[in-house]
Design a protein around this ligand. Structure first.
Ligand code: DON
Length: 304
């Protein structure tokens, strides 16, 4: 039996000794206010035992991690029709690049880069009666946690500075791959990205992807085939132009966000989330990557 608590405590100690902590994202001004010295890690195993170390109960902005949750909701609403509007290939480009979108006639490479996530947001805006409210309820239900909420200040901060996302949405619209108004879709998108969670809450939600589509209360949210697809997309596209490096170093499907969170999972075994707001040059948490590399190396657990 692996002593996960000792492993997490050691990872937290190693993180606190790290001098080079990366750069805080400041293109969303509100995110720049966070202290770079935070580090937290939480792991839930398949028996629903929780282990934690560091600032694992501090709330942070989950940002792009939310793209996995909107994809999950869209898949359960319209099934395989999702793939008519977004592809499933890694882009090898940064999350906010637009060049491939034009080259490929408005079909985003995958649902985890910004243009792809904006198409998924458009699907939810079309499908849901009260999109922001209904998506939040979906997330709260999977987590079995009513305290989760949007951070309106972060959403507004991104709305004021999200010029590239406005460009992406307009480009999608010009190709006929956005059915709703740009402002409406981006309002939803900026809100999903602003969701505030801690490491514990993130693992309690992503538990569903390590547990055959069933949440901690054993309610089913996804079919086995949908879980396979989501985990495959996380593995190949979850870290943008660093997806290869993450698979190489860590060996788990996962997803990062510019708020400094990373969540990753080993099907049937565990789900883990880290938070350290300093990012590397590719926009992924610097210490989070190191921590997860240490976790899978020390425990010798990975999908490979
Ligand atoms: O759209 C954006 O730029 C942000 N709301 C989310 C980007 C993000 O988290 C990329 N992940 N590492």
């Amino acid at each position: 039996m692996i002593d996960f608590q000792s492993v997490l405590t050691a990872i937290n100690e190693a993180a606190s000794n790290e001098k080079e902590r990366g750069e805080i994202a400041d293109y969303i001004p509100e995110l720049a206010k966070v202290d770079v010295n935070n580090f937290g890690i939480h792991l839930i195993d398949s028996q629903q035992n929780d282990y934690a170390a560091g600032d694992s109960n501090e709330l942070f902005s989950i940002q792009s991690i939310s793209k996995v949750l909107t994809l999950s909701m869209a898949l359960s609403l319209i099934g395989e029709n999702v793939w008519e509007r977004v592809d499933v290939e890694p882009s090898g480009d940064p999350f906010n690049h637009l060049s491939l979108l034009e080259l490929e006639n408005g079909i985003p490479r995958n649902p985890l880069i910004n243009p792809g996530a904006i198409v998924i947001a458009d699907i939810l805006v079309s499908q849901l009666e009260n999109p922001k409210e209904d998506f939040l309820t979906y997330v709260k239900n999977i987590a079995n946690d009513n305290t989760i909420n949007y951070d309106e200040t972060v959403a507004l901060s991104e709305k004021k500075t999200g010029f590239r996302n406005f460009a992406a949405a307009n480009l999608l619209k010009s190709y006929g791959n956005l059915n709703n108004e740009v402002d409406v879709v981006l309002d939803f998108y900026f809100h999903q990205c602003s969701l505030a969670m801690n490491c514990a809450q993130l693992t309690h939600i992503f538990y569903v992807f390590m547990n055959h589509g069933k949440c901690r209360r054993n309610k089913s949210y996804l079919t086995l085939s949908q879980v396979k697809r989501i985990n495959a997309i996380m593995l190949t596209c979850g870290f943008y132009d660093e997806a290869g490096e993450f698979a190489f170093e860590v060996g788990l499907p996962g997803k990062s966000g510019v708020g400094g969170g990373i969540v990753a999972l080993l099907p049937n075994k565990f789900c883990v989330a880290t938070w350290s707001p300093g990012l590397n040059a590719k926009g992924n948490s610097k210490l989070g990557m190191l921590a997860l590399e240490k976790l899978t190396t020390d425990t010798e657990l990975s999908i490979f």
